[in-house]
Ligand binder design. Sequence first.
Ligand code: SF4
Length: 257
Amino acid sequence: MANANAAQAFVPKERLSDLQLVALNGMFDERDALSVLRFALEELTSHPIAMVSSFGADSSVLLHMVAQINPHQEVLFLETGKHFPETLEYVETMKQRLGLTNVRFLEPDTSDLARFDPKGDLWQTDPDSCCHIRKTEPLDAALKAYGGWVTGRKRFQTNDRGVLPHFELTSDERIKVNPLAYWDFEDVKAYRAEHDLPPHPLFNVGYLSIGCAPCTSMVKEGEDPRSGRWRGRDKTECGIHFDVSGKIAKPQAKGQS
Ligand code: SF4
């Protein structure tokens, strides 16, 4: 069973070759997400693969699949301190509905918050740094015990994700698994209906992609589902999906040269 507490720190050994990566991606049918997820969690590597969930609009699909494979699987949730109250309620709803016993909250470092975001308004002036402190760093710290992680990313969500495969390698030789890479909005909707999965409380009032409250807005009919994220800003990703080379530095604390 994948368990971060029991796992030793992941030490990259031998990088998968490009050919092995192609073969791995060729092993699975484009839409067979459950098989991809099961393989990732049970067989892919001797190092455990982390399950990460935003408990957002589409999260119920992968959470339902995880519960079928192993309801005791650790599920990592980034508790940024900026979520809608409805998202925190939804975490509890899904835990009860699916019998998930091991949802672990990852929180930002309190000294970083005190130093770089003492008023909690960094999202207004420097959202990249805010995401770095509240998301990227806590996730990086948690992933040290893992050989890779599962994401809910999908090709249709943005142009940048148009070539997303089931399995990717990061430059630090971890494996990123995207079981829903080939799914579209209708696939997600159909799966939720088939399994009678409760929607995020804000989904039915127009929040089609849900992150932190200050950076999420409703989506109008015809708009891209992710257009409500960081609306009006030149930002489409929170940073946890940037590769190592794409990481940003923390902001300078006030008075620091
Ligand atoms: Fe900060 Fe917004 Fe990023 Fe959340 S989504 S961590 S509030 S910038």
